[in-house]
Design a protein around this ligand. Structure first.
Ligand SMILES: [Zn+2]
Length: 376
């Protein structure tokens, strides 16, 4: 299984400028190539290369191999959706392979830029150091909140799937980030409390709009994202371990409907939660695959309104955020657990929206009408 390792780069000022320039030019080249790909309806790297290679090299001054990588990036994006022309963010990922990226031990990366090869210092934690050897020199250069990272593709060993003896259903929410069909709940209190505490501060910073206010806001967002990411790692690890220990698989809701289902007060909050749910599901999916735990996806409609005891479906069954009481059979339960039991009992829809994508949720291409999101 391919996963990615995120490695922080520590460029000096000159190197930073070179990386930024390379990124901008690479993505500008992608836009030009995408124009040709769309016009010619061409999804073949080979054919597209014949059409654009000489012109792109000349116009953008890209090296041969970076030009090839740009063509490959466009073809990958175009193949995903041929109905629209892809548009690339100026700070979108630059795709590297072993010909244009190499490593000097664990300390530095030698990266091809418009200014030639640069040796840029890297910072790795213990986990990264341990996993680093699994890489094959294929990596994306990305910039998030002004920080450069290499997303290194690594090969993670997987266990053969274990034939599951029953399933754990998992209900995702906001007050309780997750609740499983055994009734074990993972509270979202801490992160929501922090969000509430920071809310007034965020608003005043947003209203202020000065450079330092924007920086402060960015820092708050980064801290929140880190907190959620860590929380999602802990939670997914716990769930997968529990499933493995009890010989069960995991059933999750197909994510499309989650935002409609969850009551949200603020669109901002919905956005963050939506992202967090997606991330949590991705983490569960790839950790499960690594351990041989089977993950299935179910239709999420009405999981919170249906009685897990008798199957009666009624909006009135849900008495409050946390309380479920069936108007037909009188069954009383915690609302999230009731939903999780329904999820565990439902049939596999067999089309996971969140199979673990190799890129850890980093998308290569943004089609025009969609507002450009975070990172890449
Ligand atoms: Zn009932």
């Amino acid at each position: 299984m391919k996963t990615t390792l995120q490695i922080k780069l520590i460029p000096d000022d000159t190197q930073r400028k070179a990386l930024e320039d390379t990124m901008r030019v690479f993505n500008a080249a992608c836009d030009v190539i995408a124009d040709v790909a769309f016009r010619e309806q061409c999804a073949s790297k080979f054919v597209l290369q014949k059409l654009v290679y000489a012109h792109v090299r000349k116009q953008f001054g890209l090296s041969a191999q970076l030009t090839i990588r740009a063509i490959a990036k466009v073809v990958d994006a175009y193949k995903r959706d041929k109905s629209k022309q892809c548009v690339f963010k100026p700070t979108g990922a630059v795709v590297y392979d072993q010909r244009i990226l190499s490593f000097k031990g664990l300390e530095a990366a030698s990266i091809l830029t418009l200014q030639g090869r640069l040796t840029v210092a890297m910072h790795m934690g213990d986990y990264q150091r341990l996993q680093f050897g699994r890489g094959h020199g294929q990596a994306d250069l990305v910039r998030v909140d002004g920080v450069f990272y290499l997303l290194l593709v690594i090969e993670t060993p997987t266990a053969p799937p274990i034939d599951p003896n029953g399933f754990i259903g998992v209900d995702l929410g906001i007050v309780q980030i997750a609740c499983d069909s055994d009734g074990e709940a993972f509270s979202g209190e801490t992160v929501e409390n922090t969000r509430r505490r920071d809310h007034a501060l965020r608003q005043s910073l947003q209203a202020c709009g000065s450079r330092s206010a924007r920086r402060h806001l960015q820092r708050i967002r980064r801290n929140e994202a880190r907190f959620r990411r860590n929380q999602n790692h802990v939670l997914s690890k716990t769930l997968v371990a529990k499933a493995k220990d009890t010989g069960r698989g995991i059933k999750l809701e197909q994510l499309k409907h989650i935002r409609e289902r969850t009551t949200v007060r603020k669109s901002d909050r919905a956005k963050h939660s939506g992202w967090s749910f997606f991330q949590l599901q991705s983490f569960i999916a790839y950790k499960a695959k690594r351990e041989g735990v089977v993950v299935q996806y179910v239709d999420p409609r009405n999981t919170s309104r249906q009685c897990a005891a008798c199957g009666h479906l009624d909006k009135a069954n849900r008495k409050s955020q946390s309380r479920f009481q069936c108007v037909s059979c009188g069954h009383v339960a915690n609302a999230d657990q009731n939903a999780a039991i329904n999820i565990a009992a439902r049939a596999n829809v067999n089309s996971p929206r969140v199979a673990h994508d190799d890129n850890n949720g980093w998308f290569e291409c943004s089609h025009k009408p969609r507002p450009l999101g975070r990172g890449n």
